[in-house]
Design a protein around this ligand. Structure first.
Ligand code: ASP
Length: 332
């Protein structure tokens, strides 16, 4: 039989060990960027978008704050950027490829992991809505080019001219001074990647772009590729990308971020790891180009990180629509 004293001593020892170990474990978790999220209270709803897309986050917030679905919110947000002629990287007013064609890429994912995507779509102002229609009405994920256009027309989307006079002027000027190379604008991209978490804890995301200005005809970037430009897993979180799509495609950045969050990383740490992966694998290209990532987890915590300084993003949370600049790997 154990004496009462022995029993007390053992209990004391066990609880001290547990306390010390618990403290150490907590510090280790913080060091690794893994916070104890089990007991945290979610901050809902929230919407986050690449670049100064505050009008997009505002449109999304209208839906979220009224108790609407995250999927509707991200679609509404992306449509704002697509319709804006002054946004030269998305939808109407997007800069064309080097032959003067505006070709659009977009994708969308809902809280159940359903996905839809269009690549190389011409003449349709709202590729994100075509992507959603593909997700909801066909057994497929991606439709491309003429097939995507035919589907959109059959669904009643109007055929429009998307090349604005301003975009045409910029293209003419580029033709004269360029060596006819596809270029990437390191300072400014406007591709919209938008992630939302609604009041019922449903996560969704969308991404829409006209791609690199003056790209080669037929070029498709990361934005419509599930796992590259966008990934959503309702159990964990969501991520989206902007910048040189080729670097995001080769590292499957958004999927990587969600998987890092699955392993317990905070969204901020997860975006940093994805940027570091690019810099490790492609050091030269990483120095010369921009990539930015956003992440959102199911608690409403977010992360943002980029290769170069200058990547800003809009966050609508707790009733406030604000613009932030992300930290970056390289400095000015
Ligand atoms: N990621 C887009 C692409 O490569 C471009 C951008 O974000 O500006 O098509």
């Amino acid at each position: 039989m154990f004496s009462r004293r022995f029993f007390l001593k053992q209990t004391l020892l066990a609880s001290t060990t547990a306390l010390l170990y618990g403290g150490w474990w907590h510090r280790r978790a913080l060091f690794l960027g893994q916070e104890d999220s089990k007991h945290a209270k979610p901050r809902l709803p929230v919407v986050i978008a690449t670049w100064d897309n505050r009008s997009a986050t505002a449109a999304a917030w209208n839906i979220l704050s009224a108790g609407g679905r995250a999927l509707d919110a991200v679609e509404a947000g992306a449509r704002v950027a697509e319709a804006d002629p002054n946004d030269t990287s998305v939808g109407y007013g997007g800069l064309p490829d080097r032959d003067g064609n505006v070709t659009l890429d977009a994708c969308i994912m809902d809280e159940k992991g359903n996905a839809g995507s269009v690549t190389y779509l011409q003449h349709i102002k709202h590729p994100v809505s075509v992507a959603r229609r593909i997700m909801e009405k066909t057994p497929h994920v991606i439709l491309s080019g003429d097939g995507a256009l035919a589907f959109a027309l059959q669904e009643g989307f109007p055929k429009e001219n998307l090349l604005t006079e301003e975009a045409r002027r910029q293209w003419e000027a580029w033709k004269i001074k360029s060596e006819y190379k596809p270029v990437i604008n390191r300072e400014r991209h406007d591709t919209i990647g938008i992630l939302a978490l609604d009041m019922q804890g449903r996560l969704s995301g969308a991404c829409s772009t006209s791609g690199l200005a003056f790209k080669m005809r037929g070029r498709v970037g990361d934005s419509p590729i599930i796992g590259a430009g966008l990934f959503v897993d309702n159990e964990i979180g969501a991520a989206t990308a902007t910048g040189l799509g080729e670097l995001v495609l080769k590292t499957l950045g958004s999927f990587l971020i969600v998987e890092e969050m699955r392993r317990g990383k905070h969204p901020q740490r997860a975006t940093e790891l994805a940027i570091r992966r690019i810099a490790y694998k492609y050091p030269q290209q990483a120095r010369e180009n921009q990539v930015g990532f956003l992440a959102l987890d199911r608690l409403g915590r977010h992360g943002a990180f980029s290769l170069q300084p200058g990547f800003n993003y809009a966050l609508y949370q707790d009733g406030q629509n604000r613009l932030f600049e992300a930290d970056s790997l390289f400095s000015r």
